[in-house]
Design a protein around this ligand. Structure first.
Ligand code: NAI
Ligand code: 15L
Length: 269
């Protein structure tokens, strides 16, 4: 497919959306911004909810591709997750189908497979084919999103790259994040690869930098042309001095999803 130029960015007001608004234009994209939260400094951005089907139809009309970041990004009640992440993602795909948008990059999450035990010692890296093991209603909605993407590929030939993002923030802030950190620059590289790779069908990839302590296999991400440049290791000494090494006997340290597997809705990561 020809390289996309005009890209709808949902969730553009959020943490990741704000970072990507700063970084993706350098790759030549014209971003159309969509979020329930108005973006004051971006004239022309669309302030609408994923429940608004008319607004979605208009938002996707004429774009070459979509990056879908909008949604609840932490654990919440099932009703809230259902509306924003499950129905909202369905509404977006239906709008894309109606308007003939061929490719979407879906912000999935490590929490779709959060109950997968993390590798220890010489254990192999976790492949993308590991079964879904969501750790929260939030993670369940990401498992659903990946299945929805597979369905729209098989049924309608609409392509998606589902990116199981680890932790994408300016810097890693926990020992767990040393293994799953995705630097903002690498995130932009990965999104660019996902938008421009040939014939992705529905591909699932992990979204991380080239971390020394990586837990999962980046082969499918690299197959898209992703070439990560960053590594969390320079942050390791300070974080381990402050927090200690992960303890395999601590259930909150045992699985990919970390404390999402053990804790109530609000917690430090
Ligand atoms: P965020 O919570 O900062 O941003 C999410 C944005 O979506 C917000 O601006 C919010 O207003 C918007 N939104 C929520 N519900 C909406 C609705 N019903 N209609 C329209 N807009 C709605 O989250 P963040 O960190 O920017 O994450 C972006 C995406 O990436 C999310 O889907 C999240 O699940 C996923 N992700 C992020 C990770 C990270 O490390 N930042 C890790 C794994 C996945
Ligand atoms: C996620 O899916 C969240 O959206 C993000 O805020 C982080 O908590 C990240 O996972 C994580 O696992 O650190």
């Amino acid at each position: 497919m020809p390289a996309p130029r005009t890209v709808l960015l949902t969730g553009a007001a959020g943490g990741l959306g704000t970072l990507m608004r700063g970084l993706l234009p350098a790759y030549g994209y014209e971003l159309r911004l969509f979020d329930a939260t108005p973006i004051e400094d971006a004239p022309g951005s669309i302030a609408a909810d994923l429940a608004d089907k008319e607004a979605l139809r208009e938002a996707v009309r004429g774009v070459d591709a979509i990056i879908h970041l909008a949604g609840i990004s932490l654990e919440a009640s099932f009703d809230k997750i259902l509306r924003a992440n499950i129905e909202g993602t369905y509404n977006l795909y239906e709008a894309a189908r109606a308007e003939g948008v061929r490719r979407t990059v879906f912000a999935s999450s490590n929490h779709a497979v959060g109950f997968t035990p993390r590798p220890q010692g010489d254990d192999p890296l976790i492949p993308v084919t590991t079964p879904h093991r969501p750790d929260t209603f939030y993670g369940l909605s990401k498992s659903f999103g990946e299945d929805l993407a597979q369905f729209y590929w098989d049924k309608y030939g609409m392509e998606t790259v589902s990116v199981r993002i680890g932790s994408c923030f300016a810097e890693p802030s926990s020992v767990r994040m040393l293994s799953i950190w995705l630097s903002p620059d690498d995130c932009a590289r990965l999104l660019h690869a996902a938008l421009t790779a040939d014939e992705v069908g529905h591909s699932v990839v992990y979204g991380s930098s080239a971390n020394t302590r990586l837990w999962w296999d980046l082969t499918t991400a690299r197959a898209l042309g992703y070439d990560p440049r960053d590594d969390s290791e320079p942050y390791a000494e300070k974080l381990i001095a402050e927090q200690g090494e992960l303890d395999p006997r601590n259930p909150a340290h045992a699985c990919l999803g970390g404390a999402f597997t053990t804790d109530p809705p609000r917690w430090p990561h």
